[in-house]
Design a protein around this ligand. Structure first.
Ligand SMILES: Cc1ncc(COP(=O)(O)O)c(C=O)c1O
Length: 380
């Protein structure tokens, strides 16, 4: 069959087959969820209702290829309040339907089919599909587990060639929790555009704050990606953005045409954005506190576990512990599911030496505590 994904194996993997059977037989404790709306984290409905009301009576379709100027100004204010602050002007912002769409636009902006991008290993699984859409190769660079999953500079340099068009960074990283905290000499040496995904930025854990990568590398063109899916727990309202630093402004006119091709960011959510920033902070603080409490609990409970090596993440809402004496991650995940706990095997996130599990601390506190306790018992 012609077309993209024609060679994709669409059969469900063994864990998915077992998960469906387990669901039909009464369910399991899900320690994998990245969906806040499924975990009782609902942005205050009254705030949304009130902010929506004005939209219906004043709405006019006045599309802007960079996005609603008032919404962009709100994003500029957000970056000015980060630590350290990132100075932007509204024209540095491009509003999109999602972070995922932002990636797709940037892949088209920066690379031709057959070119490549450097991507972390451990990795965010969506990269594979986004790269395939544009027929790009992803060349992995290593995240060094022994160094808290920091980017390995030698492997970054070794992965680049004459067709490399950019470097993908996720900070805080999904799922290792690594935060890039200082300038990286290999990035400076490569001099390539950097695409930095900061959707987990509010969730600092082991570090006091998440520095915007663009503040660490002002000499490089840095495209900062973010959106409301994680920041405000609103994945269904569909809004993301790309922020260009001064060195990336040269790409603005062509990115404008790309964004204008779809105009994917819907007007209602753009209208809501300033309200989310000004009135959503108490909700964000409560969500961050929940994740922190879950991480505290899991780290305390699993610290002395004979088979798990659990390190406090710098940020984000996942744990990615190593599992000792495990030859087969899928077998391990199936055994956990048999005991009523769903965790993702490490191979879902790339080719990492050793065995790992991915656990999400976004999970509602009670099933999280029960799931961690049960996981500890089964593994022991
Ligand atoms: C690292 C990372 N970036 C982006 C996204 C998705 O963001 P959006 O909903 O804005 O496409 C996710 C979702 O899990 C993610 O883990």
């Amino acid at each position: 069959m012609p077309g993209v994904f024609d060679a994709l194996d669409l059969t469900a993997n063994a864990l998915e087959v077992a998960r469906q059977a387990c669901l039909a037989a009464g369910g399991y404790l899900d320690l994998t969820s990245s969906n806040p709306t499924a975990q009782g984290l609902l942005f205050p409905p009254a705030l949304l209702r009130e902010a929506t009301e004005a939209f219906w009576t004043t709405r006019r379709y006045t599309p802007d290829p960079r996005g609603n100027p008032t919404a962009r100004a709100a994003v500029v204010t957000y970056y000015a309040a980060r630590t350290p602050p990132l100075a932007l002007v509204p024209d540095d912002l491009f509003l999109t339907a999602s972070t995922s769409e932002a990636y797709a636009l940037l892949f088209a902006l920066l690379a031709d089919p057959g070119d490549n991008l450097l991507a972390p290993n451990v990795t965010y699984p969506l990269f594979e599909y986004l790269a395939a859409l544009r027929e790009l190769e992803l060349r992995p660079y290593r995240l060094d587990e022994a160094q808290g999953w920091q980017m390995d500079e030698a492997s970054l340099l070794a992965a680049a060639d004459e067709r490399t068009r950019g470097v993908l960074i996720v900070s805080p990283h999904n799922p290792t929790g690594m935060v890039v905290q200082r300038p990286n000499a290999a990035l400076t040496q490569l001099g390539l555009p950097v695409l930095c995904d900061e959707v987990f930025a509010p969730f600092a854990y082991g570090v006091p704050t998440v520095p915007p990568l663009a503040t660490l590398h002002p000499e490089l063109p840095v495209f900062t990606l973010n959106g409301i899916s994680k920041l405000f727990a609103l994945p269904d309202l569909k809004l993301g953005w790309i922020a260009l630093n001064a060195a990336a402004r040269v790409y603005g006119p062509r990115l404008e045409i790309l964004n204008d091709t779809f105009l994917g960011a819907n007007s209602l959510t753009q209208h809501l954005l300033p309200t989310l920033f000004t009135h959503g902070q108490a909700f964000v603080a409560a969500m961050v506190a929940r994740v922190r409490a879950n991480l505290d609990l899991a780290l305390a409970q699993l610290a002395d576990h004979p088979r798990l090596v659990v390190r406090p993440p710098d940020g984000g809402y996942y744990l990615f512990p190593a599992v000792r004496a495990c030859a087969d991650e899928e077998h391990l995940a199936l055994a956990l599911l048999k005991g009523g706990v769903l965790a993702h095997p490490g191979y879902f996130y790339g080719e990492v030496p050793g065995a790992h599990l991915m656990l999400s601390a976004l999970t509602a506190p009670s099933p999280f505590a029960e799931g961690i306790a049960r996981l500890a018992t089964i593994l022991a």
